[in-house]
Design a protein around this ligand. Structure first.
Ligand SMILES: [Fe+2]
Length: 300
């Protein structure tokens, strides 16, 4: 692979690598509930440099560990399990996902950063209780590693403009090129628009939303360089977990662990690891919320 990290930094990164950690009941259910309430009631949800994000598929609230007494104590409590850490390049956040995250690695953007652990703490799972089946969401962590900048892994690398939006029946729909979509709805107002078999109610608000997506700058690069051999991904695992991602993107992947979400558990893994959500929509999960941040071993 290319030399994103210098030899010295890469050596430091590899020295810190370890097994995946899952510590059950790290926080109590009550602590999780209070924490969520605290964040959702904040007037200012954009602490620090990052602006809060509220999209159909996900909502992000950014925070700093100095923001509250509870958060001040939380950092050393996590350090008891993973050792001292710093957060350098992407602010800690609370993320609510309504569409499963695809295959990616949170390896950052700084070649001098000694990247360390991904940390997540599940805080809330909302189920569609009208359905018979309700199973908790899973995080899949692969044996495959990535020592380049933060990336989304897919063979669809032709553009940076794919988004997931809701149609008029509240189904999540993949729009491969939002700019093409925007052009097609330009002269429509207050009408139903049909696009690749899905229907959208196009009004001014919807148009403004699509326009804002087209201007969004992505954090992750896109690449298919994660594919290292011709080994096909297990079809059963694909059907069970990964149907939100094209099958061809899973080539050469090897699952290390599938971690079922438990509220208040502490989950950590090396930032070089490829990971993704399972397709929780299949198990009638409406949304899942966790605390998430990417740590480093040195301060940059
Ligand atoms: Fe991630």
């Amino acid at each position: 692979m290319s030399n994103f990290f210098s030899e010295k930094v890469l050596k430091e990164i590899k020295k810190t690598e370890s097994e995946i950690v899952m510590k059950k009941k790290f926080l109590s259910e009550n602590e999780c509930k209070e924490l969520l309430e605290y964040f959702r009631n904040l007037k200012n949800k954009s602490i620090g440099k990052s602006k809060s994000v509220d999209r159909e598929e996900s909502t992000k609230i950014f925070f700093g560990f100095h923001q509250s007494e509870f958060l001040k104590k939380l950092k050393p409590k996590i350090e008891e399990y993973i050792g001292e850490f710093f957060v350098n390049d992407f602010q800690p956040h609370i993320i609510t996902c309504r569409f499963p995250l695809r295959l990616h690695a949170d390896s950052g953007k700084n070649p001098n950063d000694v990247i360390y652990k991904n940390v997540i703490i599940p805080l809330e799972i909302v189920y569609d209780l009208k359905q018979n089946i309700n199973k908790p969401p899973n995080t899949l962590i692969f044996k495959n590693k990535w020592y380049n900048q933060s990336s989304l892994f897919t063979k669809q690398t032709s553009n940076n403009y794919d988004f997931i939006i809701k149609d008029k029946n509240n189904n999540f729909v993949d729009i491969i090129n939002i700019l093409d979509f925007k052009e097609k709805i330009q002269n429509i107002s207050n009408e139903i628009f049909s696009y690749n078999g899905n229907e959208f109610l196009v009004n001014e608000r919807f148009k403004e939303y699509i326009d804002s997506l087209g201007k969004t700058k992505r954090y992750n690069a896109r690449t298919d360089k994660h594919i290292l051999n011709n080994k096909d991904f297990d079809k059963k695992d694909y059907e069970k977990y990964m149907t939100h991602q094209p099958y061809e993107d899973c080539q050469s992947l090897e699952i290390d662990k599938v971690i079922s979400w438990e509220i208040g558990s502490l989950m950590t893994w090396d930032r070089s690891r490829l990971h993704c959500s399972d397709n929780f929509l299949k198990n009638n999960v409406v949304s899942k919320t966790c605390m998430a941040f990417f740590t480093s071993k040195t301060k940059t």
